[in-house]
Design a protein around this ligand. Structure first.
Ligand SMILES: Nc1ncnc2c1ncn2[C@@H]1O[C@H](COP(=O)(O)OP(=O)(O)O)[C@@H](O)[C@H]1O
Ligand SMILES: [Mg+2]
Length: 277
């Protein structure tokens, strides 16, 4: 099971005077269970690329295949969950329950099984099951995003695509999202995160794709990404590089608080070990 993108090119307003090439011969693959960070500046083609992964857009040339099937095939819809950049727009139900239950009930889940699936999805998204009976539109913007995430998770997709998932989230909801991602890392699901905020997501990724003007500028592991000269690096990596410049013998391929803490205390000769929470 994998996603194979081969020589994908796409134009907006093709054939008109406003024609704009948004993707230029993009190729890469994602195998099941990988956490991929797709990053790049605003306008580099990230959202256009992921709309091809779940078949919302069709390539003008090249191909996008999921397990060998063209991504526009409707059969794949339930396998690929997409949380859009403005997921509040994905909500429509009178209650949170109705929203989260929509996908699985269309696939025939009923009664207790459906209730269980909704509860499971709300909990996985970091929400309390008590909110199931209230209107999603009475919630804060951040919570609405998490409800939309629960709706996507309720389909138990094999691939989960999140477009700029932290934009507009307050620290509490951001923490909920990170804890959801940590849980998902243990389930074998593939997660594709689109974000220009590399600091937030590099610690989760095992593959990074950097887009520039619609082309793949870099693809590789987070460690290789940090060594690549032209791409932006996380603040923690810059800090470690600054410490190196000041004569401290620390490693610089570091991007999580935990690793930075351990590396600094190692160099300072302390035996303390950073503990999460
Ligand atoms: N609906 C659209 N019509 C015309 N041009 C678009 C449309 N959506 C995006 N673009 C253009 O395509 C390029 C890639 O956009 P997008 O995929 O949204 O980038 P990103 O998600 O990296 O910010 C940009 O130059 C953008 O202006
Ligand atoms: Mg975008």
């Amino acid at each position: 099971m994998s996603i194979e993108v081969k020589d994908l090119s796409f134009f907006y307003n093709k054939g008109t005077s406003l024609e704009k090439k948004a993707l230029d011969k993009v190729s890469f693959s994602i195998v099941k269970g990988e956490f991929v960070l797709i990053t790049g500046e605003v306008g580099s083609g990230k959202s256009t690329l992921i709309r091809h992964l779940n078949g919302l857009l069709k390539p003008h040339s090249g191909s996008v295949k999921v397990s060998g099937i063209n991504s526009t095939n409707r059969e794949l819809r339930s396998k690929i969950g997409l949380l859009m950049q403005y997921p509040q727009r994905q909500l429509f139900g009178k209650t949170v329950f109705e929203d989260v239950a929509f996908g699985p009930s269309n696939f025939g889940l009923k009664d207790d099984e459906l209730k269980e699936r909704v509860n499971e999805s709300l909990l996985l998204a970091g929400l309390c099951r008590d909110i199931a009976d209230i209107s999603p539109f009475s919630l804060s913007g951040g919570q609405m995003r998490l409800v939309a995430l629960a709706g996507v998770l309720s389909m138990r997709p094999e691939y989960l695509i999140l477009d700029e998932p932290t934009s507009g989230l307050d620290p509490e909801n951001k923490a909920s999202l990170f804890s959801t991602l940590k849980k998902l890392q243990t389930t074998g699901i593939s997660v594709i995160i689109v974000s220009h905020q590399i600091d937030d997501f590099l610690p989760f990724a095992n593959k990074v794709l950097f887009l520039k003007n619609g082309c793949v500028d870099f693809i590789g592991s987070p460690e290789e990404y940090l060594q690549s000269v032209s791409s932006p690096i996380p603040e923690l990596t810059s800090l470690m590089k600054e410490l190196q410049n000041c004569g401290f013998e620390v490693a610089s391929d570091i991007y999580s608080v935990e690793d930075a803490f351990n590396e600094i205390t190692r160099v300072l000769g302390s035996k303390e070990v950073y503990k999460d929470e």
